[in-house]
Design a protein around this ligand. Structure first.
Ligand SMILES: *Cc1c(COP(=O)(O)O)cnc(C)c1O
Length: 368
């Protein structure tokens, strides 16, 4: 007997949004010395979060609370959104899949910037929807006008904006996003992926954009809080969307260790403040480093800097030269971002080692 795969999934092309550093290490047979390609926090989790996680581990035999009740109550204090408008998931990646599933039927259009966060497009294809893209502006910012136009042309169900954006690091303020939402077709949702909200300067208010019920904001403990490996994030949304998510989400998908760690992480404001300061210092160092190499840094409000290094071939050479020295970085994938090298801010020591690796790679670059 042969198994059968349903038509929807059988028609999905096989893509991997991001090849993990572990997979790259297995391919090359050597570990990375510097892991600066996935925008993980170089500064780790709060000690309070680690203690809470360690305590909770002894209860690993029990399922977690499927309602993440305590965490949602705590997030209400943090964001001002009532718990009835918060859904916790196993990271933003999980919640993005959920929203695509809930707002589209196969064949429906979803709009995003061309070359933005690839996992989003992965979900769009997986649920049989169609990703329609508008190019970035030449300065590396997401072209909100172009997204609004495209949403009308295609009758889109949703527009996705990562804010700050990945891979560029650029940022729009709340007023720009509210104006975008107001210009979208009446049934089109605005999905604002705020994975890097903890790094925006001045700090973002926790409050949802209350004015428009079609705006959903996605947050995570993966970046500023340094808990990427525990997989936990949340979405702020109107009750209508929350009711849809509740019908189909994986009920026990968020583990109890992650819930406990996230809860404790929210109490360590000092840790996040320290990470913000260190990341700002690192970004300034990276900009100076890039200038010495003749690279143009994009304006970043995140824990990474994207550099225009002068063309797709130059990017490919730098990525390969760094990989030979066991340094993991990433590059943009669609024009105009295929000129861009994206490097996560490391610790001071990691930044020094990166500078050395770039000097060696630069020497090799100039050898004919
Ligand atoms: C890192 C990242 C995510 C992943 O968030 P998780 O909560 O770890 O799933 C989502 N969106 C963007 C734009 C990111 O850069």
């Amino acid at each position: 007997m042969r198994g059968r795969i349903g038509r929807l999934v059988a028609g999905v092309p096989r893509t991997t949004p991001f090849v993990a550093p572990e997979a790259l290490e297995r391919r090359s047979g050597a570990p990375f010395r510097l892991r600066l390609g996935a925008n993980e926090s170089a500064f780790g989790p709060s000690p309070l979060a680690l203690e809470a996680a360690a305590r909770e581990l002894s209860r690993a035999a029990w399922y977690g609370d499927p309602e993440s009740h305590e965490l949602r109550a705590r997030l209400t204090r943090e964001t001002g959104a009532p718990a009835s408008r918060i859904v916790v998931g196993s990271g933003i990646d999980d919640l993005l899949g959920l929203v695509v599933r809930c707002v589209t039927d196969p064949g429906d259009a979803i709009v995003a910037a061309r070359g933005t966060y690839a996992t989003f497009g992965y979900h769009v294809r997986a649920y049989g929807a169609v990703l329609q893209t508008a190019p970035y502006r030449p300065d590396g910012r997401v072209d909100l006008d172009a997204l609004a136009r495209l949403a009308h042309e295609r009758g889109a169900r949703a527009v996705y904006v990562a804010n700050p954006d990945n891979p560029t690091g650029t940022h729009h303020d709340d007023a720009d996003l509210a104006a975008l939402a107001a210009r979208l077709p009446p049934t089109c949702a605005l999905l604002v992926d705020e994975a890097y909200a903890d790094f925006v300067d001045p700090p973002r208010s926790g409050a949802p954009l209350a004015a428009d019920a079609r705006i959903l904001r996605f947050r995570t403990f993966s970046k500023g809080h340094g808990l990427a490996g525990l997989r936990i994030g949340y979405v702020l949304a109107s009750e209508e969307y929350v009711a849809a998510f509740e019908r189909v989400r994986v009920q026990f998908g968020v583990n109890r260790v992650a819930q406990a760690a996230a809860l404790a992480a929210l109490d360590d404001h000092e840790h996040v403040a320290r990470v913000r300061r260190e990341v700002a210092r690192g970004r300034a160092e990276y900009r100076a480093l890039g200038q010495r190499l003749g690279w143009r840094p994009l304006a970043s409000q995140t824990n990474f800097v994207a550099f225009d290094v002068g063309g797709p071939h130059a990017v490919a050479r730098w990525v390969a030269a760094l990989e030979r020295q066991r340094v993991f970085v990433r590059r943009g994938c669609a024009p105009p971002l295929d000129d861009c090298l994206r490097i996560t801010v490391g610790t001071a020591q990691e930044r020094a080692r990166l500078a050395e690796a770039l000097a060696v790679a630069g020497e090799l670059e100039t050898v004919p």
